[in-house]
Design a protein around this ligand. Structure first.
Ligand code: LLP
Length: 415
């Protein structure tokens, strides 16, 4: 499904013109489509039809309350990595009994809050965390449901910054140690072994490494069973990639098929933690050209969105399609599309063929995942507004920050 379509010479998301959104809410502005979010979710539910499975949306990809609320209403659970994310899920109407808590460095206070909220499972990533969680649970007189996040030492073949399943990564417990850690967990009085978990990386375009990891996880599950340690659910993490440029797009069906084959005939409940593939292509970043700067070597189009709004190009050299909102029928030239931030790494796209005039609107595509969620206030730039389109209606789901809000928590020395 293509998020933005040309209609009467201008790009629309569902039935709303991006020009109208810019006029009402100003730029830079993130724009999401309710229909695209729902369709992405349906892709998973259809692929998992008839299975005992739970989709736990990875909140970190896009944590706007309207997005979380939409997934909660569709029946999703959530994968969180902080109590901040838990609070967002609860504020958005999410069910704590469908929440899994991942992350290598949970604070004790976070463990307590999540435990008392009644989450489904803690995805534990170290021997120390097991011990700490047991202690916290003892203090509050509860039993903490746990999975161990196992590092299967599989190369997911993706960008090194978002590859997590290799032995060299900080994530998870080593495959060889998992069995003895499960034995320890089973003996700790305030822990209850519920499941097993693994997540090997993000933006995966080949399902084979995930299936290989699942195979290894299953071998462990069977080994544990023979020792009397029962595993109720198997969490295979997130990671399915999306099309940014010319990647071969995978459907959840295609991505999950090899995994489901490995799981055929199993009784355990299956959990997945998709983030990017549910929201990435359901959102764009709308920005306006402030200044055109022709140069000897390069032409610059300076736009009002920057690396603080969308960090992915600067951080990973990621490619996002950049489309004119009202395409001009004249020859274009090649532009460096850059933001106003004082860093040479502040770019949204290199060497893009565009026909532009100052004041034109541009849509930076595939920005629904790890866009707003990773934005910052660098250069004291208020964060962008967020708008959710639903048919012919555009709802502002987060207003633009004000500059005063940026330093409201700060103070100066008394003298
Ligand atoms: N589960 C765990 C434990 C994770 O660490 C992640 C992502 C997910 C699920 C969701 O993975 P997804 O389905 O979105 O691939 N900022 C980077 C991506 C970082 C991913 C971190 N972990 C980017 O913009 O590409």
């Amino acid at each position: 499904m293509t998020l933005a379509r040309l209609h009467d010479g201008s790009l629309h998301v569902e039935d709303v013109a991006l020009t109208e959104i810019a006029a009402r809410f100003d730029t830079p502005c993130y724009v999401y489509s309710r229909a695209a979010l729902s369709a992405a979710y349906a892709g998973y539910t259809e692929a998992l039809e008839g299975r005992n499975a739970l989709i736990c949306y990875a909140v970190k990809a896009n944590s706007n309350l309207a997005v979380l609320n939409l997934f909660a209403r569709l029946g999703a659970g959530f994968d969180i990595v902080s109590v901040g994310e838990l609070q967002r899920v609860l504020a958005a109407g999410g069910d704590p009994a469908k929440v899994v808590f991942s992350g290598v460095g949970k604070r004790r206070e976070e463990m307590r809050v999540a435990l008392e909220a009644g989450i489904l499972c803690f995805n534990v990533e170290s021997a120390s965390e097991l011990k700490q969680l047991n202690e916290v649970a003892a203090v509050v007189g509860m039993c903490a449901p746990i999975s161990l996040r196992v590092n299967p030492d599989v190369d997911p073949k993706t960008h090194p910054y978002i590859s997590t399943g290799l032995r060299s990564a900080k994530f998870g417990v080593a495959y060889e140690e998992a069995r003895s850690l499960y034995r320890q967990a089973a003996e700790l009085s305030h822990l209850e072994v519920k499941g097993i978990d693994c997540h090997i990386g993000s933006q995966l375009l080949d399902p084979a490494p995930a299936a290989e990891a699942a195979d290894k996880v299953l071998a462990l599950v069977d080994g544990l069973k023979s020792e009397g340690i029962a595993i109720e659910h198997i969490d295979l993490g997130g990671g399915m990639g999306i099309r940014y440029r010319d990647e071969a797009p995978l459907t959840p069906d295609q991505y999950l098929a090899p995994l489901l084959k490995v799981m055929a005939g199993r009784k355990e409940r299956l959990l997945f933690e998709p983030g990017r593939s549910l929201v990435g292509n359901a959102g764009l970043l709308l920005t306006r050209v402030e200044v055109l700067k022709p140069g000897v070597e390069k032409n610059f189009a300076v736009v009002d969105a920057a690396m603080n709004d969308l960090a992915r190009p600067a951080l990973y050299d990621a490619w996002h399609d950049i489309l004119p909102v009202a395409p001009r029928n004249v020859p274009g030239c090649r532009y460096e599309v850059v933001g106003p931030v004082c860093e040479s790494g502040d770019f949204l796209g290199h060497d893009r063929e565009l026909a532009l005039a100052e004041g034109d609107l541009l849509a930076v595509m595939s920005a629904g995942a790890y866009g707003m969620a990773m934005s910052s206030n660098y250069n004291s730039r208020p964060r962008a507004a967020e708008v959710m389109v639903d048919g012919a209606a555009a709802h502002q789901v987060r207003r633009r920050e004000t500059v005063a809000e940026l330093f409201v928590a700060e103070s100066v020395l008394p003298c």
